[in-house]
Design a protein around this ligand. Structure first.
Ligand code: PLP
Length: 373
């Protein structure tokens, strides 16, 4: 029964299923862990040193709500150089997640609809519920492509926002240039806000990253340092979009997150100059290792970005298959956590190659077990 102090709004969603998998992992001895949603490389050394230096030189107080000038101005220059939009303003957030929370609070009225592509990142639906909005899911199985006609049909007078995430968690799929341009133009035509979650933009293996903001000046972009620089625990992100929307988000940040940690912001300014292409090449190799190791036995769309793959379970539901994988020491995430369907599972290849190889071995054994029984 609900504790009498607990607000009703918290009851519309469950606690993240990923946490449940992590709790399970804590009890496993030496699991083959392909469940983790963060890079396996360390924060680059110049970035670590910059953070230490900031702390030691007493840069430990609050910053301006919109971000320390050392970082915010550098981000603004980069955004201006990339997009050249007159009205595009950037501010610094507490991770990409902080930006997502502030976007929902700033834009979504109770009853407003938010279009989300299924499968989706775990935070999207609960955040929409938290602000009283309604998630409208568009199923993208089996190839995880965006069908613009279906999006056009899903837009109603109550639609406030469309959420795009490319490269995507959990599928690793990148939207095509035609999908990105089409969606951007559709949102503009129908006067719906387009939110582009670009936290994996540093990890595109087969073609350069393309933002819908190139085709729609009103696009609100979420980005951050968590994945590109392995700074998940440092909580540093940024958002850019039309100044009026950004100013509202900054106003709300004043009363919520206040500011991102100051030493981390100084380190972020250094991170912007660190070349991460070395990691990109390493992750491309890992992607190929995983895909080549599984694609003959699994229905698997080749991931072209992020560090995830989303195969279909060869038998049973996603949850049943994952339970059996866990009994075989392999830790992966059931697809139902990211979707209304429970037919797939998520693998993260942000892991040591030896671990990926051991994971492939178990998955090949599990697929054949069913085929031969
Ligand atoms: N967006 C997506 C698609 C993610 O996968 C994640 C983290 O897994 C985030 C946002 C949150 O990132 P951050 O650590 O910057 O809050």
């Amino acid at each position: 029964m609900l504790h009498p102090w607990i607000a009703q709004r918290t009851t519309t969603f469950d606690s993240s299923g990923i946490r449940k998998v992590f709790d399970l992992a804590a009890q496993m001895k030496d699991p083959i862990n392909l469940s983790i949603g963060q890079p396996d490389f360390d924060v680059p050394e110049p970035v670590r040193l910059a953070c230490i230096d900031a702390i030691q030189s007493r840069k430990n107080g609050y910053t301006l709500t919109q971000g320390a000038p050392v970082l915010r101005e550098k981000l603004q220059q980069r955004v201006d150089a990339e997009f050249g939009h007159a009205d595009r303003k950037v501010f610094v957030t507490s991770g990409t997640s902080g930006g997502l929370v502030l976007t929902m609070l700033s834009l979504v009225n109770p009853g407003d609809e938010v279009i989300i592509f299924d499968p989706f990142f775990v935070m999207y639906q609960p955040l929409v519920s938290l602000v009283g909005g309604k998630s409208v899911l568009i199923d993208t199985y089996p190839d995880f492509r965006i069908d613009l006609n279906r999006v056009a049909d899903a837009i109603s007078p109550r639609t406030k926002l469309i959420l795009l995430n490319t490269p995507a968690n959990p599928t690793g799929v990148t939207a095509t240039a035609a999908e990105i341009e089409g969606l951007a133009k559709l949102a503009a035509e129908r006067n719906v806000a387009l939110l582009s979650d670009e936290v994996y933009r540093a990890f595109c293996y087969d073609e350069p990253f393309l933002s819908p903001a190139k085709f729609n000046e009103q696009t609100i972009v979420m980005d951050g340092f968590s994945k590109s620089h392995a700074m998940t625990g440092w909580r540093l992100g940024f958002v850019h979009g039309p100044a009026a929307v950004i100013d509202t988000m900054i106003k709300l940040q004043q009363y919520t997150f206040v500011c991102a940690p100051q030493p981390v912001q100084w380190a972020g300014a250094v991170a912007m100059d660190v070349d991460v292409s070395l990691y990109l090449n390493e992750y491309r190799r890992k992607r190929d290792l995983l895909y080549d190791g599984l694609s003959d036995l699994y229905e698997l769309i080749k991931p072209r970005g992020a560090f995830y793959a989303f195969p279909k379970a060869p038998w049973g539901t996603g949850a049943e298959f994952v339970a059996e994988a866990i009994r075989n020491q392999l830790l992966i995430i059931p697809g139902g956590i990211f979707s209304q369907r429970d037919s797939h599972f998520r693998l993260s290849y942000a892991a040591d190659e030896r671990v990926i190889e051991r994971g492939i071995e178990v998955l090949r054994k599990l697929a054949k077990r069913q085929a031969s029984s």
